[in-house]
Structure formats: C-alpha cells, structure tokens
Design a protein around this ligand. Structure first.
Ligand code: KIV
Ligand code: ZN
Length: 517
C-alpha cells in the first residue's frame, strides 16, 4: 500500500495531456520534454505525459518524458482496453517511477450515449483493467470520468472494486465543469466515507473550468479530504481549461492558516514554468491572470501605491518573489559574462541539458548589445527558443522590409532551405503581411496564418517583442514563437519557427511510418 501524508496535497500536472487538448496547443516531443524538465524543477509529484495509445507521437512523448525526469511519477493515460494498457506500460517502462492512469466513464449519460454499456459492464471493465495493469505496474490511478454527474452509490461500488483490484489513487473528475463547490465538498465527503477501503487510498480532484469554478471546486475537494489535485500550468486544457496549477498551489500556500496543508511545489519556479508553457503553446497569459499575469502584482491606484510604499502588507497577500517574479528584475547587461549568464539560468531553473549554451549565450550577447537591460523574462524567451529549435530546415539569412505611408509595403527575404538560398520578394497590406507572403513563397506556398499575437516582453521602447502565431499547412498545424527587439524580425522568426515545426512533424510521421515507433 502507498502511504499517504495527510498534511500534503500532491500536485498532479496534466499540462502535457489534458493541457495539450486545448485548441491550438499541440506540442512536439522536444517541447514536451522541455516542459517536463521544468515541471521537475517545480517539483510536481506526478506528470501525466500523454495518452500513449492515442497516437505514435503521444507514445513517443510519454517514453521521452519518462526517461527525461527522475523525481516525479510519470503516467500515461489509458482506457480500460488491453491494447491501451499494453501501450501505456511500454511507454512508461523507462521511468524511475512509472504509473498508469486508467479511466472509464461512470455517468448514465456517458454509459447510454457514448459507451453503450450497462453499469455492470463498466464496473467489470474497470476492475478487470486495474487487475490487468497491476501485473505490469505497481502505481495505478483510476478515474471515473464524468463523476460529478454520476450516481454516487454506483460510484462507491466501482471505486470499491478498483481498490480491491489494486488502484492506489481514485480520481473524481468534474469532466464538464458542471459542479459547484458545496456539491464537490459533499461528494468527496460521501465517497471517502462510504467507499469500502476508501480511507486507505488517495483521493484526487480533477476539475474543468467551464463555469469558472475549477479552483474553488478543487479546494472544496481538498477540504473534504482529497490529497491530490490535478491541474495544468496556466489552466490550459480542453474547452475552458483545467484548474490552473499556480492558483491551486498559491491558494494552499497563502491560506495555510485555513487549510493547514502544504504542497511540495517550489513556488519560485511557477513564473518560469508559466512563461515556458505560454511560449511553447503560443497561448498568451491574460494580463490580469492571478499569480502569473503581468498585472498580478502591479499597484496602480494612488491610494494603493501609497499603502504599499509604507508597508507592502497593506495590499499584497503574496510576495512576487515567492512565485519567481523578482522585484529586482534587472539581472544582466552587456558586460555580463558567460559565468553570470549561466549562473542566472541555473537560479531560474533554465539550464536544461538539451539547451545549447553556446548558442544561447550568443543570443544573449546579441540582445544585450541592442538592449541595455536584460531581464529574467528575456532569458526565459531566449531559452525557450533555444530548447525547442530542433534541427531547423528553414533559416532566415536576410530580411528587408520597407514601409511608407504613401506606398505599398514590400519585403525581400533570403531563406536557407537545406543549405540552398532562396530569395523572394512580395508586397502586402502591411509590413508583416508582406514579410509573411515572401517567406511563404520561399518555403511552403500553401500554408496559412491562422493566429497572430504580439506582446512586449518587458516595458520600454527597447523591449523585446514576442510574437506567437499559429500556422496551418494541409492537415498539420503548429504554433511558432519569435522574440526580437524589432517586431517585424520577431514576426519573421515566429513564422519560420512554426514552419520548421510543421516540417519536423512531417519528418517524424515519415520516420515512424518507415521504422515504427
Ligand atoms: O476530464 C476528465 O474526465 C479527464 C479524465 C480522462 C481524467 O480528463
Ligand atoms: Zn480532464
């Protein structure tokens, strides 16, 4: 039996699985590994790395994450099917702490309209699957999908059977984001006390945010005895997303007086994790987002500023440093050397083994030449770009864009494609449009820009612009990111980054087709 520390809430991160189900948030294997390493720095207890049976790409991602991290348990999601379980077992076999997360729906709505199974059949399938998986892996979590709309007494029967079969953790998902906090607290209280063997296992909350209550519901579950919360960085996830990890962790930490509980998370790693996930997925963080939004610690009203200057405690319930937003954000400049650069990256948890430090340092030097002050946020952008650049097919050799209020914007690009240089010229509605259509001509003429966003990484006119875009070519889509002190250069880099990732997906699919996973 797994011992359960009742004073600690285990953090189960599903950014790489449920988070990836966010529209437009797909990540490639390298990106997932980079995020998993950051999750390890954050010290989450469990990483759900993917759904191994769902695709070759997912299988590979789970296997790579399993090898890349040491401390967290690494799980693959699995249905109650033999083939799924076998794929999941194989995918996590190299993990130091492997596990499988098996789910089946328990609500009558799902049974009748999706599974076409009776209650008894679902109960048998769940118990069988846990017993089967248990032959290969010790740590098993079971989820009753759509639990918040399931019959409670039926759930106690299913849970009792899966406990008998060997499940260590029982997850009670609010799959549709339908529950309310009072109901969630009552449901957990009931399930924990009425399920046979329920006091010997870990109970887990997995809440979706359709009604904006994922955090409140997760905390209500904790109040009732749940000792694991499933969440994602920045609240990524299917539809309105999952409970945001940063809000759960900081609510438990800041209101320790109320909950009397702790997590193992190193809260100073929250901000770097949030930035990395936003960079990789191209999904921006709203400025007023709790904990990690740009305004989360900004005091604007005069009366607030006056109070904070006299004593921070007047309006601040958390210190920005606690979540990794340093109040003294200026860290490096033009005269900083390699040693200072590397040390700061280590402090920020950004010195991952797959990052090419020479390239990252050259980028830093180039940036410091243009920009007097290089902030932590700039370093996060540099590393995010370095760590996900997998042998690019397209690189920018030259860009010339002209704009005048009296003439049509024009762009000329020189792109290196497999060592050969291609020069293209185009006009457009604006400078970005002209630049993108020239790049398309030189690379993938049929691709289409579906989303484009630009943001200043730090304040000031010399700030780096960070561009993220979503590009489609046929049935493949990818996000791309670019950061530069010039917004047109940042735009070109983001576009090329997306095209390189589409290339990478294509090559990967081809390799799997020829060699197998
Ligand atoms: O929301 C949900 O029900 C899920 C399960 C697979 C755990 O993501
Ligand atoms: Zn979910």
């Amino acid at each position: 039996m797994h011992t359960i520390d009742q004073d600690t809430v285990q953090i189960f991160d599903t950014t790489l699985r449920d988070g990836e189900q966010s529209p437009g948030a797909s990540m490639n294997v390298e990106e997932k590994v980079a995020i998993a390493r950051q999750l390890e720095q954050l010290a989450v207890d469990v990483i759900e790395a993917g759904f191994a049976a769902s695709s070759e790409g997912d299988y590979d991602s789970v296997a790579r994450v399993a090898e890349a991290v040491t401390h967290p348990i690494v799980l693959s999601l699995s249905r109650t099917k033999e083939g799924d379980i076998e794929r999941a077992v194989r995918a996590v076999e190299k993990a130091k702490h492997p596990g499988i997360h098996i789910f089946i729906a328990t609500s009558d709505i799902h049974l009748q309209h999706k599974l076409m199974m009776s209650r008894q059949e679902v109960l048998d399938a769940a118990a069988w699957a846990i017993g089967y998986a248990k032959k290969y892996v010790d740590y098993i979590e079971f989820s009753a999908e759509d639990a918040s709309r399931s019959d409670r007494d039926y759930m106690t029967q299913v849970f009792a059977e899966v406990i008998k079969a060997g499940a260590a953790t029982l997850n009670v998902p609010d799959t549709t984001g339908y529950a309310l906090p009072e109901q969630t607290e009552e449901l957990f209280t009931y399930l924990i006390s009425s399920t046979q063997g329920g006091r010997d296992v870990r109970w887990s909350a997995h809440c979706h945010n359709d009604l904006g209550m994922a955090v409140a519901n997760s905390l209500a579950a904790v109040k009732a005895g749940a000792r694991q919360v499933e969440c994602t960085v920045n609240g990524l996830g299917e539809r309105a997303g999952n409970a945001p990890m940063e809000e759960i962790v900081m609510a438990l930490k800041t209101r320790q007086d109320f909950f009397g509980l702790r997590t193992n998370v190193v809260s100073e790693q929250i901000y770097p994790a949030s930035r990395l996930v936003s960079q990789v997925t191209g999904i921006p963080i709203p400025i007023n987002k709790p904990i990690v939004g740009d305004n989360a610690f900004a005091h604007e009203a005069g009366i607030h500023q006056d109070g904070v200057l006299k004593n921070k405690i007047t309006y601040e319930i958390m210190r920005p440093e606690t979540v990794g937003v340093a109040s003294n954000r200026l860290v490096l400049g033009k005269h900083s050397g390699r040693h200072a650069f590397h040390e700061r990256l280590q402090q920020l948890g950004l010195a991952a083994p797959e990052v090419d430090m020479n390239k990252a340092f050259s980028r830093f030097k180039a940036l410091a030449d243009k920009k007097k002050s290089v902030y932590d946020e700039d370093l996060v952008a540099i590393i995010a770009q370095e760590s996900v650049r997998a042998d690019d097919r397209y690189t920018l050799a030259y860009l010339n864009v002209t704009f005048s209020s009296e003439a049509v914007p024009q762009a000329t690009v020189k792109i290196r494609v497999d060592g050969e240089e291609r020069i293209e010229h185009s006009t457009g509605d604006g400078m970005v449009d002209a630049c993108y259509s020239a790049i398309k001509r030189a690379t993938r003429p049929d691709c289409r820009l579906e989303r484009y966003a630009v943001k200043g990484i730090t304040g000031g006119t010399d700030a780096q612009a960070e561009v993220s875009c979503l590009v489609r070519d046929g049935d493949r889509t990818s996000t791309g990111q670019g950061a530069h002190t010039d917004v047109i250069m940042a735009s070109a880099l983001a576009f090329l980054n997306a095209l390189n990732k589409i290339e990478y997906q294509q090559r990967y699919a081809e390799r799997v087709r020829v060699e197998g996973p």
